[in-house]
Design a protein around this ligand. Structure first.
Ligand code: CA
Length: 366
């Protein structure tokens, strides 16, 4: 009986392979992905490219994604509208760009004085992060995936020293998201510009200062040509997650295996982008300092403490206006409390230990 059914199956299979093949387009999907990044921009645009490439290869071409840079189909900040409405199926950007649509989106991106990249990934994958982000993005008719992370950013480019919180008074600065709200509360005048528009604004003097990402990306834009001081740390964006947002109707219609591929590709990109930033920032900081003579300065503790206090007030006030923001913030705060305890005895303690003045192995002079 068993042998017979095997033979029958083989015969059926042979018969099926003799049938005409379905048209190549059948069962194959062509999606478009708009991004908030200049086309092929290092780390960010190339992260979006990698996502598209992986989805195409992993699905053997059943889902092909074509990537568009900012302005190619829609301007950077209209990317979410294009995805929500179904004009395109997919987008790549950063959650805080959508705070005007759903305020809680900015809490997903990165909290000033909040989680590090590894802690944030732990929150997305093993805490409530993915679930809460999906709830936030569903209000924009989109599915969310973490799709890259910058790691801790730099504090920004300034032409005057920042010695006290009062130095933010009247300062015109490009700084998005919650960090921007904090600078505003500290007396600054905040503008939100997509990456490609920052350099002209700095050159014309329409802004006094800007932050962007970190050495790798900031070197690419050439901010060192027009700004003198490069401050750290990026208290405002300790780990900004990039978002892959997918039109919810298009997502729901995907077969399960393609859903799994999109999810797995995003996990791979999330790791890849963070790793690329780590590797390139090492080299780029060296170039900025030793080749371009940039003055790298640490914000004084007094400034950081002041900004931290203002950040707490800003987060509380924003969360109190919006129940979903409050739930996201409360969830992150609970995670952050435990993460700080663990970090103190793990990464933070180890990094301090690594800097103790002991003789250590050196590369051989081969
Ligand atoms: Ca930034």
């Amino acid at each position: 009986m068993k042998r017979r059914s095997l033979l029958t199956a083989a015969a059926a299979s042979a018969a099926a392979s003799a049938l005409p093949k379905p048209a190549i387009s059948q069962g194959r999907l062509r999606w478009r992905m708009v991004t908030t990044w200049p086309k092929n921009f290092p780390g960010l645009g190339t992260g979006a490219n990698l996502l598209a490439e992986l989805i195409g290869r992993m699905s053997d071409g059943r889902l092909e994604v074509e990537v568009y840079g900012a302005g190619e189909i829609v301007p950077a900040f209209e990317s979410m509208d294009a995805v929500s409405s179904g004009t395109v199926e997919m987008g790549h950007g950063a959650p805080y760009y959508w705070k005007g649509k759903v305020p809680a989106a900015q809490f997903i991106a990165s909290l000033p004085f909040g989680l590090t990249a590894q802690e944030q990934n732990a929150w997305f994958y093993y805490g409530d992060g993915q679930k809460l982000a999906d709830e936030v993005y569903a209000q924009m008719n989109a599915k969310f995936f973490p799709s890259g992370n910058t790691g801790v950013q730099m504090g920004g480019w300034f032409n005057k020293e920042i010695n006290s919180l009062a130095d933010y008074d009247g300062l015109k600065m490009r700084i998005p998201g919650l960090g921007g709200e904090v600078v505003k509360a500290a007396g600054g005048v905040v503008v939100n510009l997509p990456g490609g528009e920052i350099m002209p604004a700095l050159q014309s003097g329409s802004i006094d200062a800007t932050e962007w990402v970190g050495p790798y990306n900031d070197l690419a834009f050439g901010f060192y040509k027009v700004a003198r001081y490069y401050y750290y740390p990026g208290w405002h964006e300790p780990a900004t997650v990039l978002d892959n947002f997918i039109n919810l109707d298009a997502w729901n219609k995907l077969p399960d295996d393609l859903k799994a591929i999109v999810e797995a590709a995003n996990r791979a990109v999330n790791l890849s982008v963070l790793s690329e930033f780590q590797a390139r920032n090492n080299d780029s900081l060296d170039q900025l300092v030793n080749k371009h003579g940039v003055e790298v300065r640490r914000f004084p503790d007094e400034v950081l403490s002041g900004l931290g206090k203002v950040a707490g007030e800003v987060l509380t006030a924003l969360a109190d206006q919006d129940p979903l923001s409050r739930r996201v913030l409360d969830n992150i705060l609970a995670f952050r409390k435990k993460a700080i305890s663990w970090a103190q005895v793990s990464e933070q303690s180890y990094m301090t230990a690594r800097l103790l003045p002991f003789d250590y192995a050196r590369p051989s002079q081969g």
